[in-house]
Design a protein around this ligand. Structure first.
Ligand SMILES: NC(=O)c1ccc[n+]([C@@H]2O[C@H](COP(=O)([O-])OP(=O)(O)OC[C@H]3O[C@@H](n4cnc5c(N)ncnc54)[C@H](OP(=O)(O)O)[C@@H]3O)[C@@H](O)[C@H]2O)c1
Length: 331
């Protein structure tokens, strides 16, 4: 028997509620690989899956949320994995449609797993988690579109959140001047420690401007916020600059015009972490191990256990979580 956080919604109930239960391996869904989960984490999507409505992501109850986890292979019917291998899983709708990482064991498809790169522990992998992995994908996409430190300042929006914190640390480490946008002035020291060269108050970018173009400020942008802020940033990009659109913490609609694309050759790059092909996942995890300073990662971590998750899920939906939460499932 092992411990799991299960969202339960009995027949006729309007809302799902979280319960910590002891369950057996037989209860786990089908899959080729059984993983002993060491750590999971809390992402925005986890907040949705932990909410009474399931946020439109959870289709079937009872459900084990947790969109990512890192652990050790216990048994495998697939030749690519053997007992003792250390693995990480993000995406593939695990924790939404398939049972996820908020349990001490998970059974999943071999195709969904990535072997952990040398030098990265399972705890560090979940300190990175989907948020940090996606931040790395965003930085890689910007580089693939020509961004380099000599091109100018890079903006990171939602900087004190998970995606933003990791993006700030990676970019700072790679030698970029990072302008970090935050609505929480109290996180200034934290962001500067991570690698931000200056703090941009959220209010500066929250105001809607009717002009489609403003002065050229940013060579690149990792955007976790979307909405009006993204629209505003597009008009502030330097000629030929790229924005990696990662999130929608500030809204899903994009009230913009095509002018920044037509007159400044601005690129809007979509970043999806869920369906990334295996090769790019491996490339991103290898880059994380190389380009994310582990001492900075340590500064972002807050530890938690299964029992903390309902509260943390509600917090992340309100934008109240700073940095990265690591959920310890070994206890
Ligand atoms: N594309 C993908 O595959 C992918 C993968 C992972 C995450 N995401 C998305 O990326 C976004 C960030 O994820 P996360 O894990 O970093 O979440 P998070 O830790 O909650 O960070 C989001 C940050 O955005 C800022 N923010 C929140 N509400 C805002 C608002 N109304 N207006 C402006 N800024 C606001 C806050 O930063 P400050 O306090 O610093 O202002 C907050 O910390 C989410 O929308 C998530 O769904 C997408």
């Amino acid at each position: 028997m092992f411990k799991a956080l299960i969202m339960e919604k009995p027949e006729g109930a309007e809302e799902a509620t979280p319960q910590i239960r002891e369950i057996s391996e037989e209860a786990l869904p089908e899959g080729e690989v059984l993983v002993s989960v060491d750590y999971s984490t809390v992402n925005y999507k986890d907040g949705l899956c932990l909410s009474p409505s399931g946020g439109g992501l959870v289709r079937k109850y009872p459900h084990v949320p947790g969109i990512d986890f890192a652990g050790t292979v216990e048994a495998s019917e697939d030749a690519r994995f053997a007992p003792g291998d250390r693995v990480v899983l993000t995406g593939w709708r695990v924790g939404e449609v398939h049972w996820g990482g908020y349990a001490q064991k998970a059974r999943v498809r071999a195709d969904w797993l990535v072997p952990l790169p040398e030098g990265l522990s399972t705890r560090q992998a979940m300190a990175v988690g989907t948020a940090g992995f996606t931040a790395m994908l965003a930085v890689m996409a910007l580089e693939d579109h020509g961004l380099s430190p000599d091109k100018g300042e890079v903006l990171v929006t939602g900087a004190a959140g998970g995606v933003g914190s990791v993006a700030t640390a990676i970019l700072g480490h790679l030698g970029y001047e990072v302008a970090a946008v935050t609505g929480r002035p109290e996180t200034s020291d934290y962001l500067t420690d991570l690698g931000a060269s200056r703090i941009v108050p959220r209010a500066e970018l929250a105001e809607t401007v009717r002009r489609p173009l403003e002065s050229e400020s940013w060579a690149g942008c990792v955007d976790a916020v979307g909405g009006e802020m993204l629209a505003r940033v597009l008009g502030q990009m330097k000629y030929g600059g790229s924005v990696a659109a990662v999130g929608l913490a500030g809204g899903a609609t994009l009230p913009t015009s095509v002018i920044p694309f037509l007159l400044r050759g601005v690129n809007l790059l979509g970043i999806d972490s869920v369906m990334q092909p295996f090769e790019n996942r491996q490339r991103a995890w290898a880059r994380v191990a190389r380009d994310l300073p582990m001492a900075k990662l340590e500064e972002m971590i807050r530890s938690a256990v299964l029992e903390d998750l309902p509260r943390l899920g509600a917090d992340i939906l309100k934008g109240r979580v700073q940095g990265r939460v690591v959920v310890d499932l070994k206890g």
